[in-house]
Design a protein around this ligand. Structure first.
Ligand code: GLY
Length: 357
């Protein structure tokens, strides 16, 4: 696949460049005169800095990726480094890493001198299909994940499939979990095309990946353009996430990869959709379970419980942390059929008990 350009119609609009060697386009950003700064995941930089050849001499901060990057101390470190490098609000911050790096860098860019441009170069599958698109930024607070953040749309995004070749299996699976969610939101065509490619896509580094990333970006771009500030329809992107965050909270953040938790969260949301008589496409749970199996993703809490401590009480405590609903009132996204979702649903205690039991 050649590099595809997908527009996100926010105000102003921006382009997401998807495909092999998409990172060559970043050099254009680097040639601008008002200064650039690179915030890089140290591992991604050591493996793939060659893809950003021409930007080696720009001021750069390398940090470890993962949840540890999303802290107040790291945010201060980035803001200090921007200041020490003499950058201004007309300069551009380029992030190079997974979702934690784009979350941290995006937040720093939204705060530095009241806002500078950010360009994301996502190096994980999860960041290419979700985190780097749509402008959400965040760090974690002592009391919970993603509790401090902003919405700051990037100026452009470069999702290069070449950098995905070195992803560990676990990171690959995590990205496939978010891609499964996005295919369900995209509708029948997206879901069928993921099914058709599933055995090929299960292998890290698959050549079919650029087409999947492009399909996910297109779906997310449509949803974000409709509701950039997440005041309503954008909340469909939280499908599976209320359960997933409870799983991650209970197991300890960073223990269960986010997209893997989302995969189980999708199964629980489908089960709840059936139990609450919302689900119209009754064959969908079985179809999704087969797809999860083909992609190497778990479809039940039982599969995760062999590896992680996920007792019902701990999961309930995790649900109470949900930042999407009113305090202590978790909200869920339910499914009627592919592409047809229902938002803002609360659940009876008895149903939660049987789902998490
Ligand atoms: N990751 C969900 C969103 O961008 O809204």
């Amino acid at each position: 696949m050649n590099v595809r350009r997908i527009e996100v119609q926010t105000n102003p609009p921006y382009a997401v460049h998807v495909g092999p060697s998409a990172l060559k386009g970043v050099l254009e950003v680097g040639s601008q005169e008002s200064g650039i700064f690179v915030l890089a995941d140290e591992k991604a930089w050591s493996l793939h800095s060659g893809a950003l050849a021409g930007l080696e001499s720009a001021p750069r901060l390398e940090i470890a990726g993962g949840e540890g990057a999303k802290s107040m101390a790291q945010l201060e470190g980035v803001l200090d480094a921007l200041t020490q490098s003499g950058l201004s609000r007309t300069s551009t911050l380029i992030t190079f890493g997974g979702g934690s790096i784009s979350d941290l860098g995006g937040l720093a860019a939204s705060l530095f001198k009241r806002g500078m441009d950010v360009v994301h170069c996502p190096t994980t599958l999860l960041a290419q299909v979700d985190a780097a698109i749509g402008g959400k930024t965040a760090i974690n607070l002592r009391l919970g994940k993603n509790l401090a953040g902003s919405i700051h749309q990037p100026r452009s995004v470069f999702a290069d499939s070449e950098v995905l070749r070195t992803l560990p299996d676990e990171e690959w699976a995590s990205g496939l979990g978010e891609a499964l969610k996005t295919a369900l939101l995209g509708g029948e065509d997206s879901l069928s095309s993921l099914e058709a490619q599933s055995s090929e896509l299960a292998h890290p580094g698959s050549v079919a990946i650029s087409a999947l990333v492009a399909d996910c970006v297109q779906t997310k771009a449509r949803i974000v353009a409709e509701d950039p500030l997440e005041q309503g329809p954008r909340r469909v992107l939280n499908l599976g996430h209320t359960f997933a965050h409870a799983i991650e909270h209970c197991a300890g953040y960073g223990t269960v990869p986010h997209g893997v938790a989302v995969s189980v969260g999708i199964s629980l949301a489908l089960e709840a959709s059936a139990a609450m008589s919302v689900l119209e496409d009754v064959g969908l749970p079985d179809r999704v379970r087969k797809l999860q199996e083909a992609l190497g993703l778990p479809s039940s809490l039982a599969e995760l419980r062999g590896l992680h401590d996920l007792g019902p009480e701990g999961l309930r405590a995790g649900l109470a942390q949900d930042k999407k609903g009113a305090v202590g009132q978790p909200e869920f996204v339910l499914v009627r059929s592919p592409g047809d979702l229902v938002l803002g649903i609360g659940m009876e205690d008895s149903l939660l008990q049987s789902l998490l039991g």
